[in-house]
Design a protein around this ligand. Structure first.
Ligand code: 5RP
Length: 227
């Protein structure tokens, strides 16, 4: 019991360390895109230390918007700024090519929109997220509710096992299927294939637009940078 608690604390420390390291990428006057999740929550809290450097923020979820506003940041609609200088977000899984699985928190669609709208994506993770092959973490897919059955069959045809995320509605009013047992040898190709299935709003693979920089908090205390 005690060991379990200690483990959780350590992972939380790694999230705080990598969040702190990401501050180096924030330059005065930047418009900063903000992802979603517990690592990003650490980043938002850290960013408050250098709030004066941030011109504006855009956010990928109601949850992150709330936290940003609690710290006194101005959060604007993504359509408002001419450009977003940098996007900071976590991931559920990542490989050394900076390809990711995201959407564990269900914010994948807005996260992908923020990512493609940003000049640079810095992904912040702890070492536990780094894998040699993506797919142990079930791939989240956001679906228009009436397409659930059709899309589930299409996902089975691709070799996956889709599980409906019970009791969850996205910020866009849609549902999530978490797809288990996918063998993701080619993330780029699978992301494109999933993009072709009618009824899928967005899939959680970030390979077409992977991260530009990945910061990894290691158990030995180092921050590894992959770019
Ligand atoms: C939310 C996400 C998050 O980035 C992902 O789930 C990682 O979250 P955490 O930092 O809590 O481990 O994609 O949709």
């Amino acid at each position: 019991m005690f060991f379990h608690k200690k483990e959780i604390q350590n992972q939380q420390q790694l999230k705080q360390q990598v969040a702190q390291a990401a501050l180096d990428y924030i330059k005065p006057g930047m418009v900063v895109g903000i992802g979603t999740g517990s690592t990003v929550n650490c980043f938002i809290d850290a960013l408050a230390q250098i709030k004066h450097k941030v011109e504006l923020t855009v956010s990928s979820s109601d949850e992150s918007t709330k936290r940003l506003k609690e710290h006194g940041f101005e959060v604007v609609d993504l359509n408002y700024p001419n450009k977003v200088d940098i996007y900071i977000d976590g991931a559920d899984e990542a490989n050394k090519h900076r390809e990711l699985i995201k959407g564990g928190g269900g914010a994948l669609t807005r996260e992908k929109i923020c990512r493609v709208s940003s000049e640079k994506f810095v992904c912040i993770i702890d070492e536990s997220k780094l894998v040699t092959r993506l797919g142990s973490f079930p791939l989240p897919v956001e679906i228009i509710p009436m397409a659930r059955s059709y899309v589930a069959k299409a996902l089975v045809a691709l070799g996956g096992q889709p599980i409906y995320r019970e009791g969850f509605t996205t910020d866009n009013g849609n549902i999530i299927l978490d797809v288990h047992n996918l063998e993701i040898d080619n993330p780029l190709q699978l992301e494109r294939e999933l993009n072709q299935i009618t009824g899928i709003v967005c899939n959680g693979l970030f390979a077409v637009h992977a991260a530009d920089v990945m910061l990894i908090a290691k158990n030995d205390g180092d921050i590894e940078i992959i770019k």
